[in-house]
Design a protein around this ligand. Structure first.
Ligand code: MG
Length: 189
């Protein structure tokens, strides 16, 4: 970390950027979550880098190829661009320790709950992790953030508070608009 280090917003993909329909690999199945563009615009305006950190064991399992994933990513980033948001980088981990086929059957520190993807982004972009924010819809996202040294790890859980949830997250949010508000409040402190 240096004096010019910047905070980052680390977004999980399935369940945060798009509705988790399980192993989404095509644009026609990619349904953006309400508030995601506004959240990213807010983050960018406040000086955050924006990264996607996503486990993609569907590649390792042979459900779709790495090229399918990259094509979908290019399309997704194009939609963000059209919405005024440049995603700084998309990190993904294709492996699965049990169900991966061939070279994909490895227990990778990059697969969440491992912190590998977040730490790689921090190194490549000089990210201030202590001032960064993770948004995930699973406890493994939160664990990855904590393991990487991110202080603010938010669990996006749309059925909260009607459905209680036990989590190590800093807070639970039921709408992405609440994350936007949170970033604003931190900025105005
Ligand atoms: Mg998810």
């Amino acid at each position: 970390m240096t004096l010019s280090s910047r905070p980052a917003l680390f977004l999980d993909r399935d369940g945060v950027i798009n509705i988790d329909h399980a192993y989404v690999s095509k644009p026609e199945h990619f349904e953006f979550v309400d508030g995601i563009f506004e959240l990213c615009r807010t983050a960018k305006r406040l000086g955050y880098l924006v990264f996607v950190v996503t486990n993609q064991a569907g590649i390792g399992r042979g459900y779709y190829t790495e090229q399918d994933f990259l094509n979908l990513t290019e399309w997704m980033c194009g939609v963000f661009n059209a919405q005024g948001v440049v995603i700084d980088r998309v990190y993904f981990c294709p492996s699965h320790p049990e169900y991966g086929i061939g070279k994909y059957k490895v227990d990778s520190p990059f697969r969440k709950p491992g912190p590998g993807m977040i730490l790689q982004a921090a190194e490549e972009f000089d990210v201030d992790l202590a001032r960064s924010v993770v948004v995930g819809d699973k406890e493994t996202d939160i664990q990855a953030g904590i393991a990487a040294g991110v202080k603010c790890n938010l669990l996006y859980f749309p059925s909260y508070p009607e459905e209680p949830i036990e989590t190590a997250a800093s807070a639970v949010v039921s709408r992405l608009a609440d994350v936007s508000k949170f970033l604003e409040s931190v900025h105005n402190q």
